[in-house]
Design a protein around this ligand. Structure first.
Ligand code: ADP
Ligand code: MG
Length: 243
């Protein structure tokens, strides 16, 4: 096997997310405060994981580290086999392109239509305009918005906006989706609908999902539930469900 093939094979075999002995701190000097404590987590490709835990326990901090939106301070963190500890700015940017993000607030641009919001996520991809158009229409149809593509966010419901955000995260066919309380602003039924759509699309694309939620009614959609408390990961599904 050639060196290149070997390294590709290794890369393919690498877990989606691999974290060991991760610590994180905010603040400087006397105000320095530890937020994450010895976090260890391994997520296989294609797994759908739900993370739950009290507000302020460090879930968003952990997600932004995994998403290469924040630099690793202590410990090891690899995404798809690429180390993010000691990563350069350029390496961090490259890593970000492999990840789709969905946030609590949908973060759509109000002056762009649903179609254009999704289109933006394809700007850095090397694909033809025709392929981009096909992908945008396919993904917007998949989230049930075939007849809303030319609507502006102000003319869409909360659930519809969040579905546009999902379409935007999925259109570039990322290997990992990080979703931070994506259903927080939705009623229970649209929250569940949104997560079911995300799960179905991710399973079709072989994508890994890590989803933070407080919503007990969607816990059954996960392969595994992890629980964060006071900056530490506790791997007890029973604890999470009892919450
Ligand atoms: P969660 O998402 O579980 O609610 P966060 O990761 O947002 O938790 O926050 C964890 C802790 O870190 C909280 O005590 C929060 O106040 C603090 N924190 C979050 N972001 C910052 C920041 N940028 N600077 C300082 N402290 C922060
Ligand atoms: Mg949070």
């Amino acid at each position: 096997m050639s060196k290149l093939l070997e390294s590709n094979a290794l890369h393919t075999a690498a877990p989606a997310i691999s974290i060991s002995h991760l610590n994180h701190y905010y603040g400087q000097g006397a105000l320095k405060k530890q937020i994450l404590f010895d976090v260890n987590l391994h997520i296989d490709r294609g797994e759908i994981i739900i993370m739950t835990g009290p507000s302020g326990s460090g879930k968003t901090t952990l997600l932004t580290l995994m998403g290469s939106l924040r630099s690793v301070q202590e410990g090891h963190l690899s995404i798809l086999g690429q180390a993010l500890h000691h990563a350069t700015k350029a390496q961090m940017t490259l890593a970000r392109r492999k990840i789709g993000y969905i946030f609590q607030a949908h973060n759509l641009l109000n002056f762009l239509t649903a179609y254009q919001n999704v289109e933006m996520a394809l700007e850095l991809q090397e694909i033809t305009a025709a392929e981009a158009d096909t992908r945008i229409r396919t993904v917007l149809s998949a989230v049930g918005l075939a007849d809303r593509m030319d609507y502006y966010p102000s003319d869409l419901s909360g659930g519809q906006k969040q579905r546009v955000a999902i379409a935007r995260a999925l259109v570039s066919q990322p290997k990992i989706i990080l979703a931070d309380e994506p259903t927080a602003a939705l009623d229970k039924q649209s929250g569940r609908d949104v997560v079911e759509i995300m799960e179905k699309l991710a399973r079709e694309q072989g994508c890994t999902i890590l989803l933070v939620t407080h919503d007990n009614r969607i816990l059954d959609l996960a392969d595994r539930i992890i629980y964060m408390e006071d900056g530490r990961l506790v791997n007890h599904a029973a604890t999470a469900i009892a919450q």
